[in-house]
Design a protein around this ligand. Structure first.
Ligand SMILES: Nc1ncnc2c1ncn2[C@@H]1O[C@H](COP(=O)(O)OP(=O)(O)O)[C@@H](O)[C@H]1O
Ligand SMILES: O=P(O)(O)OC[C@H]1O[C@H](OP(=O)(O)OP(=O)(O)O)[C@H](O)[C@@H]1O
Length: 186
């Protein structure tokens, strides 16, 4: 079997709050271990649950950013999010590296990573509201603010975008994504 490419593509998983980004990423990695997950650093308590992430204080986050610990970082929902520079190591030998990004940083990410595939997940608006409530991580006010961002557009100029509806079962989404990645040679 051949070794993976030196720099596997980065798959940026994006979409509105509650659409299923973290669930789809975890299910894809479980289907194919060469689809690696990049853990994020977030100024959120780790007890909040959901995705596996590194929770830090705003002070620690600022120190890490100043020390060059992040390939990319941004703010949203009153939180700071960072993608550790370890993502460059993870790309070696992987089939692809999956990472949950803000739609707002995709242009920067494409410039930074070069080989970027955007996996844009969608779901019907009533499904989004139900899933956010079901996840139970945010209070009602925070959920309403997240739903207001649901229709944020993707930036112009993205070279490779795969849009997949995750309104149905997770297993269906995973199969669709894997099929759609094949013509992309991933
Ligand atoms: N295809 C799906 N079918 C049913 N429930 C789902 C599906 N995808 C995600 N969920 C559930 O919806 C909620 C939000 O999913 P999550 O992965 O946290 O979304 P996001 O990371 O996009 O905010 C979670 O409770 C998750 O278990
Ligand atoms: O600019 P947007 O595309 O709207 O994205 C804003 C933020 O929302 C998501 O965060 P997070 O995973 O913490 O929230 P979510 O699980 O509710 O989507 C995403 O990873 C971004 O950090």
């Amino acid at each position: 079997m051949s070794e993976g490419p030196i720099k596997a593509p980065v798959i940026a998983v994006v979409g509105p709050s509650g659409v299923g980004k973290d669930s789809v990423m975890a299910a894809l990695a479980a289907r194919d271990p060469r689809l690696r997950l990049q853990r994020r650093v977030i100024t959120r308590p780790e007890e909040a649950g959901g995705e596996v992430f590194t929770g830090v204080t705003p002070e620690t986050f600022a120190r890490m950013a100043a020390a060059g610990a992040f390939a990319l970082h941004w703010q949203a929902h009153g939180l700071s999010y960072g993608i550790p520079v370890e993502i460059y190591d993870l790309r070696r030998g992987a089939r692809a590296v999956l990472v949950n990004l803000s739609r707002a940083v995709l242009g920067v990410a494409q410039g930074l990573f070069g080989d970027l595939i955007v996996l844009s997940l969608t779901a019907d608006s009533d499904v989004l509201a139900d899933r956010l409530a079901g996840r139970g991580r945010e209070d009602a006010g925070d959920r309403a603010r997240r739903l207001q961002r649901a229709s944020a557009p993707l930036p112009e100029g993205l070279r490779r975008v795969i849009e997949v509806d995750n309104s149905g079962p997770l297993a269906t989404t995973v199969e669709t994504v894997l099929t759609r990645l094949q013509p992309e040679s991933v």
